[in-house]
Ligand binder design. Sequence first.
Ligand code: GAR
Length: 191
Amino acid sequence: MRQIAIFASGSGSNFQALVDAVQGGTLKANIRLLVCDQPGAFVIQRAQSAGIPVFAFRAKDYEDKQAFEREILHQLELEGVDFIVLAGYMRLVGHTLLESFGGRIVNIHPSLLPAFPGKDAIGQALEAGVKITGVTVHYVDAGMDTGEIIEQEIVRISTGETRDSLQEKIQHVEHYLYRTTLNHLFLTTGY
Ligand code: GAR
């Protein structure tokens, strides 16, 4: 069974979907730790309600990325984590984590990469006027949403679509796509 850490920065609806999937037996993994870079984020309350340990930190309390990633690594080791799942973690992963977990870090992104990487992918898609966007699950490398794509699903943008309605459609897809993709990955790669 995979021992995973979930990294998140905000509301944590994807975190919650993964917790629910583990509890419901549809995701075969143990969630050992939430790592959060925003100590006030709602995702922390979600973890506490689910009884999942939290490591929350502020980047500015550390000298640099290497320093806080070393601390994260230490926490991951303490919890026996062997796989990292980014779920709305709004920070580039640095070489300290990549060197230890290379090939064992995945991310979910609210667009069909390589379109609309980085922040506010939903706003970028609306601004561009495209009729199709979607969700991507991909491996994490040193770039901004540039790692190898594992799975994608299309979301259509309707006439009159608002930011809120599109976000709702995308998050609905994210919540099952992450679970099914991780299950498949764990089964087929031995992770
Ligand atoms: C999700 O839509 C996720 O795809 C996105 O942040 C949101 C977090 O929502 N991630 C990125 O944009 C990464 N570049 P949540 O906190 O409700 O799970």
